[in-house]
Design a protein around this ligand. Structure first.
Ligand code: NAG
Ligand code: NAG
Ligand code: NAG
Ligand code: NAG
Ligand code: ZN
Length: 362
C-alpha cells in the first residue's frame, strides 16, 4: 500500500521533469544511481506508459512474500511469430549493479532503435523479455539497513528445525540440482533449498522458459562481481554440445566490452574460471535446449565487490551493454540471416562501428 502511494508520488515528481529527446518522450530517471524496489516498479510503469507501442509488462509469478514478479517485453509489433531473448537481473539480492544494468539496457534500446537500423531490425524479429529484479523479496531486504545490505538469498524459511531464512535461487533450479558447489545447511549463502524448485521465483522462471523454449534464442542472467562471462555448465563433468561456439561468442563479447573502457572480462565455464556449481538458471536454460546461455558477472574484481560505488554504474553498464549486444547480434544474425556470412569478426566490427557512430554524435 505504502509502496503504491510512493510509486504514484514518484511518477508525479518525474512528470515535472519531462523532456523531449530525439522526438520521443524520455522522462528523467537517474540511471547513475541505485534504486529501491518501489522506484524500479515505478520506472517499469513509466516505460510501459511512455512507449506503449514497444514496451508491455507481464506478471509471470509471485515471490514468497507475494510480490508480483514482472518483466518488460520490448519489441516491435510483427505479423510473424517472434523469437525471444531472455534477460534477468537481481537473482542475488546484494548485486545491485545487476538491476541497474537491466534498466540501462532497456533505456539504451529504447533510445536507439529509431536511429540505429540494426537495433530496429532486431526489434522487428525478436522480443526482449527483461526482468529487472527477480529476487524482489531479497532485494527489498538488502535495502532495509546496513546490516542486511549483503543479503543474497530469497526470504523463505528454512526447512525442518533450521531457523535461518533463504535459499540461493541460483542453486535451486532443476539442473544437476544438489550435485556440486552447494550447501545443505540452510544458514549457508549457497543453500540449495529443501528440494529443486522449492522457491516460487525459480519455479516462475522455469515455467516461462519451459513454455517458450523453442522460441528463446538466448538466455542472459546478470550478476556481480568478478568481470566474467560464464558458459554452461557449472558441473565439471558435463559439457554443452556447442561449447566451442559459446566460447567463441563469449570471447567476442569480452572484446566488445574491452573496447569501451578497457575493462578485462574472463570467459569460460564456472569450474574453469570461478568454481563448480549446480542448480543454476543458466545451466537449466542450456539443458532444456536454449542454445545460447550466459551469466555475466559485472564489475569489479573485488575491490568494492557487491558495494560497487555509484560512479561506476554508468561505465559498467556501457561496457556490458556492448558485450550483450555483441552476443545478441550474433544469435540474431545466425537465426535470421541464413546463408549470409555471420562471422564473429563481422559482428565485432559492426559493434565497433556502432560505438564509433554513437560516440561521434554525443
Ligand atoms: C501470501 O498470500 C497467501 C494467500 O493470500 C497467504 O496465505 C500467505 O500467508 C502470504 N504469504 C506471505 C509471506 O505474506
Ligand atoms: C550505514 O553505513 C553508512 C556508510 O558506511 C554510515 O554512514 C551509516 O551511519 C550507517 N548506518 C547505520 C544505521 O549503521
Ligand atoms: C527437530 O528437533 C526435534 C526436537 O529437538 C527433534 O526431535 C527432531 O528430530 C528435529 N528434526 C530434524 C529434522 O532435525
Ligand atoms: C568428475 O569425474 C571425475 C572422474 O570420474 C570424478 O572423480 C569426479 O568426482 C567428478 N566430479 C563430480 C563433481 O562429480
Ligand atoms: Zn550472483
Amino acid at each position: 500500500m505504502l509502496g503504491s502511494v510512493l510509486s504514484v508520488l514518484l511518477i508525479l515528481t518525474l512528470q515535472g521533469h519531462d523532456r523531449v529527446v530525439e522526438g520521443q518522450m524520455q522522462r528523467a530517471y537517474d540511471y547513475t544511481k541505485y534504486h529501491t524496489m518501489d522506484e524500479i516498479l515505478a520506472w517499469m510503469k513509466m516505460m510501459v506508459t511512455d512507449h506503449p507501442d514497444v514496451v508491455s509488462s507481464l506478471v509471470y509469478g509471485s515471490t514468497y512474500e507475494n510480490r508480483s514478479i514482472t518483466l518488460l517485453k520490448v519489441g516491435l509489433k510483427s505479423a510473424e511469430p517472434k523469437k525471444m531473448i531472455w534477460m534477468d537481473c537481481g537473482i542475488h539480492a546484494r548485486e545491485w549493479i545487476a538491476p541497474a544494468f537491466c534498466q540501462h539496457f532497456v533505456k539504451e534500446i529504447l533510445g536507439s532503435y529509431k536511429t540505429d537500423p540494426k537495433i530496429s531490425e532486431m526489434l522487428k524479429n525478436v522480443d526482449f523479455y527483461i526482468t529487472p529484479v527477480l529476487n524482489m523479496d531479497g532485494y527489498v531486504y538488502s535495502w532495509k539497513d546496513n546490516t542486511t545490505r549483503l543479503w543474497r538469498k530469497t526470504r523463505s524459511p528454512g526447512s525442518g528445525n533450521c531457523t535461518c531464512l533463504g535459499t540461493d535461487l541460483n542453486r535451486n533450479f532443476y539442473a544437476n540440482w544438489g550435485m556440486v558447489g552447494i550447501s545443505r545447511d540452510c544458514c549457508s549463502d549457497i543453500y540449495n533449498g529443501p528440494s529443486a524448485l522449492s522457491e516460487p521465483e525459480a519455479q516462475a522462471v522455469t515455467d516461462f522458459l519451459s513454455t517458450n523454449r523453442d522460441m528463446i534464442l538466448c538466455f542472459f542472467t546478470i550478476h556481480s562481481y568478478g568481470q566474467l562471462i560464464l558458459l554452461p555448465y557449472g558441473h565439471p563433468n558435463i559439457t554443452a554440445p556447442n561449447q566451442e561456439e559459446l566460447m567463441q561468442v563469449g570471447l567476442a563479447a569480452a572484446e566488445a566490452i574491452k573496447a569501451v573502457h578497457g575493462t578485462d572480462y574472463t570467459v569460460g565455464t564456472p569450474p574453469k574460471v570461478l568454481y563448480p556449481n549446480s542448480g543454476s538458471s543458466r545451466d537449466f536454460a542450456r539443458l532444456i535446449g536454449i542454445p545460447f546461455s550466459f551469466t555475466f558477472e559485472l564489475r569489479d574484481k573485488g575491490e568494492h565487490g557487491f558495494e560497487l560505488p555509484q560512479d561506476q554504474i554508468q561505465p559498467t553498464c556501457e561496457e556490458a551493454y556492448q558485450g550483450a549486444m555483441s552476443i545478441i547480434t550474433y544469435v540474431h544474425d545466425k537465426s535470421y540471416l541464413r546463408g549470409a556470412a555471420t562471422s564473429l569478426a563481422a559482428t565485432l566490427w559492426s559493434v565497433l562501428l556502432a560505438m564509433w557512430l554513437s560516440s561521434a554524435t554525443v
